[in-house]
Design a protein around this ligand. Structure first.
Ligand code: TEU
Length: 569
């Protein structure tokens, strides 16, 4: 049977290959670059690597638009290098998760080319084709089959002149949605997944997997005043057949396989109640999900580039709601950022150079102290920050480019749009990893595809590698503690001081030991009121020097961005 407990004490590291390390000087990171940096992963101590897409792709969405699921894009290398990566990771005790992008393919995938060729193509029904809205002029704005908007601006429908119908694309027009109602589509995906497992990979991170079952009839979503297209989330997220599709996938792909696999479903908009179903071991759907609640609190649900600020109390309540909801059944994943989100230290911390290191460590401490499987996104382990974007032409991401074009076209506030892009744009996460202080931060010998952050001169792996007080050293310690301290893995979580606007404190308890996490997420020092029973607890880790090794519960004051972990019986 599958081993379903190994990942409870694991830490996952995400590699976004385009920005990780470039081995051939073309300015784009590649598998050769990953192979050259395996020692960094081993030094960090992670258990799993999640590799963002390296399959053949026209790169309309940096590889999330796949044209061949069983080959590697020449931009990234070869299938032989992928095999080398599996072997190199396994030799270091690290498992590999592939990114499974099957809500949609590229429009250049042979399946879609075939589907698009004729209304009578045997693969026509592999995608979602519909006639224009009755009584309208096909191909004109407003004639789309329904009012769903795309995540990347405009309608979610693309008119196809040749066959006189529209196809659905929740993301870019070069990312047509597969029709999961068709059993042939499901069988083809299952076969592809088995092919990868047979090749030796250890599981999948499943891209927007809760979008694959759409509401029958694809009805209009409630219109939003002043906007041509609606947010149709309720009509495609967690749809009617989603649980059936996921259970079937597990059956078809993993049946008869024993070993240590991991599946994690990326699920925008998922609620804790839904997540409990998705991750219930008895239902056998996915091992854990990426939820989006805590990375959605600071932006407008209808316009992710409209910043609305964040109160610490809301952030704490959100994450602890998830801790409580999955305490008995199911499992959490824990993350601050990934390739779609701004950098954690700039978003939730304080990237002013005076507070940058302490705040990066404090954020790591509060996340890695929780119950669940922590994910570290490349560069997070050295506290990489957002990029100082000032103009639209600095952004490469299709989401940002389309968003800005729409703002200009609709005569909206361009300054405000630029501020939003600088704050939450996905390219913040995609600037090259800062390895050292040489040209282009040691990422490439060529011209990097996206500018290197100017702070690479002092913020880089080489500068931190041998410094016991670095952000990198802090991450190494947190990862080691996850492996060594049992209560960090299974202990029940209880939030203390829930209404405090600056302190984030909680306990973990597994009946044998108790763990205390105390963090000051602000610049001003703060006293922490504690139960006397915590006196005598041993310091496991702190992020400032000179912290006493034993706690006096009657006298605890945290300096700005100070965070600590204590352990007691
Ligand atoms: O992202 C899904 C998703 O819904 C968002 O997080 C997305 O980043 C976007 O910003 C919504 O506004 C996944 C991938 O992680 C992302 O890189 C892809 O672009 C997307 O799916 C399509 O495959």
């Amino acid at each position: 049977a599958r081993d379903r407990s190994w990942w409870r004490s694991a830490v996952v590291y995400q590699i976004y290959p385009r920005s990780f390390a470039d081995s051939d000087g073309d300015g784009v990171g590649d598998l050769g670059g990953v192979l050259q940096r395996l020692d960094h992963l081993e030094h960090l101590g992670v258990d799993v690597v999640w590799l963002s897409p390296v399959y053949r792709s026209p790169q309309a969405d940096n590889g999330y638009d796949i044209s061949d699921y069983t080959d590697i894009d020449p931009l990234f290398g070869t299938l032989e290098q992928l095999d080398e990566l599996v072997a190199g990771l396994h030799a270091r005790g690290i498992r590999l998760l592939m990114d499974l992008v099957v809500n949609h393919t590229s429009d250049e995938h042979p399946w879609f080319v075939d589907s698009r060729s004729s209304r009578h193509s045997p693969r026509r029904d592999w995608y979602v084709w519909r006639d224009a809205r009755p009584g309208t002029t096909p191909g004109e704005p407003g004639s789309e089959p329904n009012n769903w908007g795309s995540f990347f601006s405009g309608s979610a429908w693309q008119w196809d002149e040749q066959t006189g119908q529209y196809y659905l694309h929740l993301f870019d027009r070069k990312q047509p949605d597969l029709n999961w109602e068709n059993p042939e589509v499901r069988a083809a995906v299952h076969a592809m997944m088995r092919w990868w497992l047979d090749r030796g990979v250890d599981g999948f991170r499943m891209d927007v997997i809760n979008f694959i079952s759409k509401t029958a009839g694809l009805p209009d979503a409630p219109a939003v005043p002043g906007r041509p297209y609606a947010n149709a989330f309720e009509l495609f997220a967690d749809g009617p057949r989603i649980h059936e599709f996921l259970a079937e996938m597990t059956r078809e792909v993993f049946a008869g396989r024993s070993g240590a696999y991991l599946t994690v479903g990326e699920m925008p908009g998922v609620t804790p109640e839904q997540a409990r179903l998705y991750t219930d071991p008895e239902r056998d759907e996915v091992d854990m999900v990426f939820q989006f609640e805590h990375v959605s609190l600071d932006t407008d649900p209808l316009d992710k580039f409209a910043w609305r600020g964040l109160e610490l109390v809301d952030l704490k309540h959100s994450l602890h709601r998830w801790q409580d909801a999955l305490a008995e059944r199911g499992w959490n994943s824990l993350y601050w950022n990934n390739h779609d989100q701004p950098r954690a230290v700039s978003r939730f911390g304080d990237d002013d150079p005076r507070w940058w290191a302490a705040s990066a460590k404090a954020l790591a401490t509060v996340l890695h102290g929780l119950r669940g499987t922590p994910y570290v996104y490349q560069g997070e382990e050295i506290g990489m920050t957002n990029f100082p974007f000032t103009s639209a032409d600095q952004h490469r991401d299709v989401e940002a480019v389309n968003y800005y074009a729409t703002v200009v076209q609709q005569g909206l506030d361009e300054r405000e749009a630029l501020t939003g892009l600088a704050r939450v744009g996905r390219d913040n996460a995609r600037t090259p990893v800062q390895w050292d202080a040489t040209a282009h931060a040691g990422f490439t010998t060529g011209r990097p595809w996206l500018a290197v952050n100017p702070n690479a001169s002092w913020l880089n792996v080489a500068a931190q590698r041998d410094d016991p007080h670095s952000v990198l050293a802090h991450y190494r310690t947190l990862i080691r503690l996850r492996h060594e301290v049992a209560v960090l893995v299974e202990g029940r979580t209880t939030l203390l001081l829930p209404h405090d606007p600056q302190l984030w404190c909680y306990t973990r308890d597994d009946g044998r030991s108790r763990l205390l996490v105390v963090a000051n997420l602000g610049r001003e020092p703060r006293e922490v009121p504690l139960d006397p029973s915590w006196s005598g607890a041993q310091l496991l880790l702190g992020n400032l020097t000179g912290t006493p090794a034993v706690l006096d519960a009657a006298d605890l004051t945290l300096a700005g961005w100070d965070a600590r972990m204590y352990l007691t019986r």
